[in-house]
Design a protein around this ligand. Sequence first.
Ligand SMILES: *Cc1c(COP(=O)(O)O)cnc(C)c1O
Length: 339
Amino acid sequence: MTIDLRSDTVTKPTKAMLEAMFSAEVGDDVFGEDPTINKLEEKCAALFGMEAGLFCSSGTQTNQVAIKLHTQPGDEVICDANAHIYYYEGGGIAFNAGCSTKLLNGERGKFSAEDVLNAIRADNVHFPRTSLVAVENTHNRGGGSIYDFIELEKIAAVCKKNKLAFHLDGARIFNAIIETNKSAKDFGELFDTISVCLSKGLGAPVGSVLLGSKEHIYKARRIRKVFGGGMRQAGYLAAAGIYAIDNNIARLKDDHARAKNLADILKSFHYVAEVMLPETNITYFRLVDSFPGADFQQKLAENNIKVISLDNQVIRMVTHLDFHDNMLERLEAVLKKLA
Ligand SMILES: *Cc1c(COP(=O)(O)O)cnc(C)c1O
């Protein structure tokens, strides 16, 4: 039995999900004729109380389409220095949209409305034009941290006042929703566009949806085509997304509970220097210097356990729907042997 905690993207479709995929009704989506994709886009939009949706191949694609949508070449995008759109999307902000970035140093990936206010460029020919603010919730490199909703409301107000677009990288937005008393619609009200991943905690094999106004999504559809992202009978994939939304949201709570258990277990070992308190499904911890991260990973690998390291000594474990209590027990036993 392999235990794979590298990411919540490693899950495989269940039999029920595969059956939903096999029986999907499909058509050519570039002609707007795939009923299952149309259904997924409408379903997601309705869930967040937004007008329209656009099914894309990945979360990188939804984010990059949104950035291109809200900016002109030469503009500046305000985001956190650890944001996925900046850190993990291959320089896409510059490559795809021709924009520069104003990076903020938030706490676990979360900056404040005041930070945004201070980062907006004055109207002066020397400066780039600030046109977009992007936040991430939950925050990947912030250890699955949840944004304070009141702060998001304040940032939204700053954006509105300064005529800036406001985008949410919501790859793991359902992890935040399930852990707080905020609904998808609450988030839908705050943002111009939201990117939602189906292939993270929700367990679908492929896909993300970009949400926004009819006008924004109309333009986004053209950008997706230019980026080579127009798909044909992809309703087979959209069917997995519909199944994931119908069945795999509430259970994210289990992933969060296991991540917390895991953090408690890790804290008890002398070779763990520090554990970042998991707010959702991502547990980060730092090994003491005397236990090299590469050795730790090697020992786990010998026991068929896969993890990822960030900086040599910082290890990441992500819980997901293919990680069960019996695996947590086996992992605990292996970790004990290392002590
Ligand atoms: C995974 C992820 C994405 C999208 O990644 P893809 O691999 O392109 O689907 C975007 N934002 C965050 C925060 C992520 O964790």
